[in-house]
Design a protein around this ligand. Structure first.
Ligand code: NAG
Ligand code: NAG
Length: 466
């Protein structure tokens, strides 16, 4: 009797241990992420889209352009997109005579081919336009937004909302007390009232990029990182702020409310923290980046809200998905990423699905077959690369399939690393993908670069599953 009881107890303990999240403090919440690709080491957009859709809780992606390869990569995924127009496109859309036609043409060329397969939910008119010193560009912003919204309705895409991301410099310099905030003089009378009215009329969010990273000093690091700190006290509202992010959000809210638009939704277009910066810079690293983003996620996604906006949620896009090694500027600019190019997390943000520790068995195309991997049977079938396939296509297959299958065997030190060439590596992962997804012929198609064979391609210690 006793051994059985012990066994049961042990089993219970094991179950409890397995059920406990890796880190109870880490939220597992839906969130958006910016996907910039100013880098030469990133996986293909389709590999990225498949990985995000099947392995993470990320449900929104923001692009800095309207690259068709990126937009189509998210087709038939549950991830919605924010797509951006370049700043330079705005003046032609603002033109009183020809602007609407130009906007319709832009929508027809750039969105219509992809919607509804891809869920484009936001169209962003440029990026941080108000930073510009070009006054005519600034004056074209709101007219361009209006024409885009009208064009979207006329082209049958009324659910695509129009907005534009603002840098925090739209606020007048202040003492950091949220209730003292206001928009910069000039903007507060001429630009923002009609723009906020546009957002209210079209149910679109006012989008801001709050970056405590660009405002902190070593003394305010804990306040910037959501770590325990004395905070600041707002004597007008009698509210305490223990994070700079919440203070910045409430400052924006205060400025909007002052103009009578406290009801308009606020979205966070970008916010993040780098993992590397200039040598000696205090407050940058893995721990810091993870503390900031976790704290921010709790504010924007959990329903907690901010002191002045309790219980509100904010559509938010973390900056950024990957480190971008080709970006100019200070070191930090290239190190805001949360994922490595091989999809392992740079630091744990709790955005990977909990089932990750088990054997993930995602379906390649969202619908066709959640069929579990069949048990090995005799009369094996394997998927390999066609000899005629180009290295470029095969490299794309590797990038894509490695979003789903274990690619360690083809990495340095793995059993299938040698021969170290694209053809051999691609064959290994294409086969693993084919086996994992039910061994249908179409699982081995890879745009015509794969072929099913009945002869086992295994060699030495490199075993091809079947
Ligand atoms: C598209 O995305 C938006 C925002 O994420 C979501 O509310 C909406 O339900 C999605 N539409 C479809 C058809 O999935
Ligand atoms: C806020 O902070 C002030 C000053 O530190 C303190 O006196 C006050 O009790 C705090 N109020 C709340 C509501 O926590």
């Amino acid at each position: 009797m006793l051994p059985l009881l012990l066994l049961l107890l042990l089993l219970l303990l094991l179950l409890l241990a397995a059920a406990a999240p890796v880190d109870a403090a880490v939220p597992s919440l839906p969130v958006g992420v910016n996907y910039g690709a100013n880098a030469d080491n990133l996986p293909s957009p389709t590999a990225v889209a498949s990985f995000l859709a099947t392995h993470t809780t990320i449900n929104r992606i923001k692009l800095f352009d309207a690259n068709p390869a990126f937009i189509s990569a998210f087709a038939n995924t549950p991830i919605s997109l924010a797509v951006s127009l370049p700043n330079s496109a705005l003046p032609s859309l603002a033109d009183r005579q020809t602007g609407l036609d130009a906007a319709r043409q832009w929508v027809r060329d750039n969105l219509s081919p992809h919607v509804p397969a891809t869920n484009v939910s936001l169209l962003l008119a440029g990026n941080e336009i108000l930073l510009s010193t070009d006054k005519s560009l600034i004056l074209s912003l709101l007219p361009a937004m209006r024409r885009l919204a009208q064009a979207l309705r006329l082209e049958g895409l009324p659910h695509v909302r129009v907005s534009t991301p603002h840098y925090l410099g739209i606020l007048a310099p202040s003492d950091g007390i949220p209730s003292n905030a206001r928009f910069r003089p000039g903007y507060d009378t001429k630009l923002f009232p009609p723009m906020l009215q546009f957002h209210r009329d079209t149910s679109s969010p006012f989008m801001v990029n709050p970056y405590p990273y660009f405002s902190y000093r070593p003394e305010t690091l804990d306040y910037a990182l959501f770590r325990p700190n004395r905070g600041i006290y707002d004597p007008n509202t009698k509210l305490n702020y223990t994070s700079m992010f919440e203070a910045q959000m409430d400052a924006i809210y205060t400025a909007m409310k002052r103009l009578g638009y406290g009801d308009v939704d606020i979205a966070v277009g970008e916010a993040g923290w780098p993992t590397q910066a200039e040598p000696g810079q205090v407050g940058v690293g893995l721990r810091e980046a993870s503390d900031f983003n976790e704290g921010m996620l709790r504010v924007v996604s959990s329903g907690k809200g901010t002191p002045l906006m309790p219980n509100r949620k904010f559509e938010t896009y973390i900056f950024s998905l990957f480190d971008e090694n080709q970006k100019p500027g200070p070191i930090a600019e290239r190190h805001f990423g949360i994922l490595n190019p091989d999809f392992t997390p740079i630091y744990d943000l709790g955005l990977l699905r909990q089932s990750e520790s088990g054997a993930p068995n995602p379906s390649p195309n969202p619908s066709p077959n959640p069929t579990p991997k069949p048990a090995p049977s005799g009369g094996g079938k394997w998927c390999v690369a066609k000899a005629s396939a180009s290295d470029t296509d095969l490299q794309n297959n590797i990038n894509y399939a490695c979003g789903y299958v274990d690619c360690k065997p083809i990495q340095s030190g793995g059993a299938c690393f040698d021969p170290n060439n694209v053809q051999s590596h691609a064959a290994f992962v294409m086969n693993a993908f084919y086996q994992d997804n039910g061994r249908h012929d179409y699982n081995c198609d890879f745009k015509g670069t794969g072929v099913v064979t009945s002869s086992d391609p295994s060699y030495g210690s490199c075993k091809y599953v079947s």
